[in-house]
Write a protein that binds this ligand. Structure first.
Ligand code: SER
Length: 316
């Protein structure tokens, strides 16, 4: 059987950097290509320039050319503005998040791609969504540009699947936490920065209030979920909008306490900013039983296991 060639778009981001290398383990180094808006010179520290291509996903002509030249059969489309940066640049965020997705879905239809992965987020939920164990199907009234674009994107993914048979698959990620790459522009980013600051300075000023509980997921679980979803037989994928996905839920106070177990001197202070309102509109915890049933999802990391692993890896 002919091997798939994979293109990761937005490969320099928090998820992209790690996912690209995980995909190489599954598909082979020579079958995975990374692209992002940055020049090869700027990403030399991340990728071998032989497998890296500069691409603005809004440039449809260049996207189609790259797919044809590299004989791409699967795309992971990760380029997007996140929740906090989306509120700073609402028009640019809408353009990138929506037109970028349209270019990928149209490419899948026009050029016959085998599979597409596109991430959604807990940001699709809003103030009237049931906040505790948020079900797969419920009221969704997002009030950030990021959340609105992700919800619209989910509807388009399902539409392209039904109407054009595009095999598009998606997960509603909680906040992603990892030590290898830095997040940018999200509301859940505090849960990554806190580890760096705890190790460097024994203190951290949090931009959310101490009791703001949010759903989170450790990167090894996120990578496994993504690849398991994409490698599952198509008939198992019953949801073509996006699957709820859960790992753990905690508040800033709880993660601080967990870090204190390892770094007793650690001190946390609170100075909530505009991101508090975004966090307040999102769920506290997510019910992911549909993902568990359909394709066997199960997280491995809770707060304690993650804290230990993060601190060990960042310290060394
Ligand atoms: N981590 C994202 C954000 O905070 C949520 O999907 O924007």
């Amino acid at each position: 059987m002919q091997k798939d060639n994979i293109l990761v778009i937005g490969a320099c981001g928090q998820l992209g950097t790690e996912l690209t290398y995980e995909l190489m383990k599954v598909h082979g180094v020579e079958h995975v290509f990374a692209c992002d808006i940055r020049t090869p010179k700027d990403v030399k520290h991340l990728f071998d320039t032989k497998m890296y291509h500069t691409l603005n996903v809004l440039n449809q002509k260049k996207l189609y050319e790259l797919i044809k030249t590299l004989k791409i059969t699967q795309i992971y489309h990760l380029a997007a503005y996140l929740s906090a940066s989306g509120e700073k640049f609402p028009e640019a965020a809408w353009e990138l998040n929506m037109d970028g997705l349209f270019n990928i879905l149209n490419a899948a239809r026009d050029l016959g791609l085998r599979k597409v992965y596109w991430p959604s987020s807990i940001a699709v939920f809003g103030p009237n969504t049931p906040a505790i164990m948020t079900p797969q199907n419920c009221i969704m009234d997002p009030n950030t540009i990021y959340g609105i674009s992700k919800l619209a994107g989910e509807r388009y993914c399902e539409y392209y699947h039904k109407r054009y048979g595009v095999d598009v698959r998606s997960l509603r990620y909680p906040g992603l936490i990892g030590w290898k790459s830095a997040p940018g522009g999200g509301t859940t980013d505090y849960a990554v920065t806190i580890f760096h600051e705890a190790i460097k300075n024994n203190k951290f000023e949090c931009f959310l209030k101490q009791n703001t509980e949010l759903p989170m997921l450790y990167m090894p679980d996120a990578l496994r979920a993504t690849i398991d979803l994409m490698e599952a037989p198509a008939e198992k994928i019953k949801i073509r909008s996006s699957y709820n996905l859960a790992g753990m839920s905690f508040t800033p106070k709880e993660i601080a306490a967990s870090i204190k177990q390892h770094i007793p001197k650690f001190k946390m202070t609170y100075s909530p900013d505009y991101r508090q309102a975004i966090a307040d509109s999102w769920p506290n915890s997510i019910d992911d039983k549909v993902a568990r049933k359909d394709w066997g999802w199960k997280p491995k990391f809770n707060l304690e296991k993650m804290t230990k692993d993060m601190l060990e890896n960042l310290s060394s």
